[in-house]
Design a protein around this ligand. Sequence first.
Ligand SMILES: [Zn+2]
Length: 382
Amino acid sequence: MDDSPIVQLLDDLVLAAVGRGASDIHLEPQEKFWRVRFRINGKLVVVREFARELLPPLLSRLKIVSQLPLDEHRRPAEGKWLFRVNEQTTYDIRVSIIPFLYGEGAVLRILKLLGMQPDLRSLGFRDDAVCASIHRTISERSGLFLVVGSTGCGKSTTIYTLLQMLNDGSRKIITVEDPVEYAAKGISQVNVAANQGLSFASALRAILRQAPNVLFIGEIRDQETAAIAIQAALTGHFVFSTLHADGVAGAVSRIENLQISKCLIGATIRGILAQRLVRCLCPHCRRQYPLPPALAQRLALDESVRTFQPGKCEKCRQSGYDGRTVHYEWAPLAGKGTQPEKLQNHINDCRTMTFSASARQLLLEGRVSADDILVDYANKFY
Ligand SMILES: [Zn+2]
């Protein structure tokens, strides 16, 4: 093991980032210094500033571990680094290096390698009935399962957890993503890079000829991918995909806007999960706080309910928060046909968990702050 200061510095930065639950590390050259920022709970935080001379050797070390050419300084480069912490934990780090005005800079995206035991509860799906219902739905032989939400709301993490639940060796599972976000054993992953001549749609058509049982289409983003996803779901494949939409109802109108008929939507969709991530309060320093009347009314909660707001302590580095959890709604549609003209109402009626019910659970458990739920309302997520 090389213990030179530069090797140690890079390892320490990654360990500090994973220790603080960061999703990515940014090494940024500035005019007179370079700085390190971590993205924690979706927000960039400046961690440290260093003398400029330290960045080139650090980037050389980064290129070595991610198998990138050491003598290339003018073109962007992408690599991958498996960072092993101990027996149980290895991180898959995607490295992107780009030459900027003041020299090369890098972004390290930290992906955890999927564990052997996929677990919806650990993502924040704590309702046993919902977990059982999701499990029943993904066990169907064909159909479409949508996870919807905005960018960075954990859609891929949820889908990979579900794919792992199905990854028992009896099914051929293929993913088509731009880019692949997780490293998963036993699953065939196709990284689509439009600039290398492989378009999403052409990759999908080729993959259907590989006779998969389960398919994950990274995102339904246009009419062509929507049509292929629906076609695959109709012809004996179980298809997972994601959409940008606020909730279950929004997902249906979004697909309709991609020229898919209500009839086909009704015939293929087995379940829609809408999710977003909310910050979890640090359990060590959260403070009691009266429930804001506006929220009590909206969520039909008694105003005497105890809620919490963030505090400050050593354990959460004075941030008041500790990780994130999902806030979601779930509509299982398996085997429940309806007339096309009633589809929207039907899908809303199928919801066995709504954002409001999910918010009530999170507040009553003291896991999130009323303020963060109110921000959700302000953003019209309900
Ligand atoms: Zn704390």
